[in-house]
Design a protein around this ligand. Structure first.
Ligand code: HEC
Ligand code: HEC
Length: 319
């Protein structure tokens, strides 16, 4: 047998195995809803061509549904070209992906499945697998009253992701209920709002308004990702990326669309004087053209504030 044939037979074998093993909790005719169905699908490698990758392979639940490496590996170990963002706190988003190419979670959900670098499974084939699957065919019937189609598959994944909200953080408890908090956090928030100018872009409860901005990581030579411009073709969008939300950011390193920074402190050093990192940025936001002049202590305070945006369930990961 040729290598490809062995590969193919293995894939079939794994498919059969996965068909036989359904998550225990839904076996006995228990009620399932769209979000629970979406949760099963999010974790299931059945949605990748050779059954090797699930959404959760890149969006690690233990790390706020982000990845810990610069570029996640998709099918056949292929690295992507952008850093994997958290799939949490997406309920209020008006734009998804770093370049905002999807407007809703439904519009987004099928793209990684079909993407040749990620899961590489044509949607008709994904639907066939689900409808041939004893468990899934029943669940889709129960939840949507019909066999799985592209809109119900997208909806189930979206409904699950809409449940991944965080508000259980030291910062929320301080801001909403006046609970005691480290003074460094309060100092850090004041710098975030004023001298650091972070709030100019990172505002609203999730610290993003889903706008596109260019912080200065595009020079056309060493940093070539054009970002939003690739979608709109509008030259004012050159090098602009979606302003990411900052909830749980302390545990979703590395940072930026290209994962170029390993720590939050490095991100602060970047903002403090971006030219030390990218000497000749193109179309940089005027807010960041001059150094901010933050001291080491001030940068540490901002980092303390960002750490206070961590959901309690991930607090054990903070140093
Ligand atoms: C191989 C790794 C990989 C897999 C598998 C994967 N993703 Fe992603 N995901 C990424 C990367 C990388 C991005 C950013 C891509 C970009 O912006 O161009 C992303 C972006 C997202 C976003 C946008 C978040 C935001 O704030 O803009 C969501 C939501 C998401 N993925 C959900 C999913 C779902 C649902 C699945 C499974 C159907 C999935 N992902 C499978 C790597 C992956
Ligand atoms: C001009 C708008 C703007 C300002 C001002 C700004 N940011 Fe950002 N921020 C962005 C954008 C856009 C990105 C994504 C940039 C990229 O990937 O190229 C980003 C990325 C980040 C990230 C990485 C998040 C991740 O998940 O990778 C952190 C952390 C961050 N900003 C914190 C801050 C802090 C702290 C300040 C103030 C010192 C600040 N930002 C000021 C727009 C801004």
């Amino acid at each position: 047998m040729s290598l490809t044939k062995i590969h193919y037979s293995l894939a079939i074998l794994m498919l059969l195995l996965s068909l036989a093993t359904m998550p225990e909790q839904y076996k006995q005719g228990q009620k399932i809803d769209a979000a629970k169905l979406g949760e099963l699908l999010f974790h299931d490698k059945i949605l990748s061509r050779d059954l090797s990758v699930s959404c959760a392979s890149c969006h690690l639940p233990a790390f706020a549904f982000a990845d810990t490496i610069q570029f996640s590996l998709g099918i056949d170990g292929q690295p992507g070209t952008r850093n994997t963002p958290s799939a949490m706190n997406v309920l209020a988003r008006r734009a998804l992906f770093w370049d905002g190419r999807a407007a809703t979670l439904e519009e987004h959900a099928l793209q990684p499945i079909a993407n040749p670098l990620e899961m590489d499974l044509p949607i008709p084939e994904a639907l066939k697998r689900l409808n041939d699957h004893e468990g899934y065919s029943r669940y889709f019937m129960e939840v949507y009253g019909k066999a799985a189609d592209s809109s119900s598959l997208a909806n189930a994944l979206a409904e699950f992701q809409r449940t991944l909200e965080t508000s259980d953080t030291p910062w929320d408890r301080f801001a909403l209920h006046g609970e005691e908090i480290d003074p460094a956090v309060i100092r850090g928030k004041a710098i975030f709002d004023s001298k650091g100018m972070c709030l100019e872009c990172h505002f609203t409860p999730d610290f993003t308004a889903d706008e596109f901005k260019n912080v200065g990581i595009f020079d056309g030579i060493n940093f070539k990702d054009v970002g939003r411009y690739g979608i709109t073709g509008d030259s004012t969008d050159l090098g602009r990326f979606k302003v990411p939300g900052l909830r749980n950011v302390a545990i979703t390193a590395p940072y930026m669309h290209n994962g170029m920074f390993k720590t939050l402190h490095e991100v602060l050093e970047f903002y403090n004087d971006t030219r030390n990192f990218v000497a000749n940025p193109i179309n940089q936001d005027p807010l960041l053209k001059e150094p901010l002049g933050l001291t080491e202590n001030e940068m540490d305070d901002v980092v303390a504030f960002l750490k206070a945006l961590t959901d309690d369930r991930f607090a054990h990961l903070l140093d």
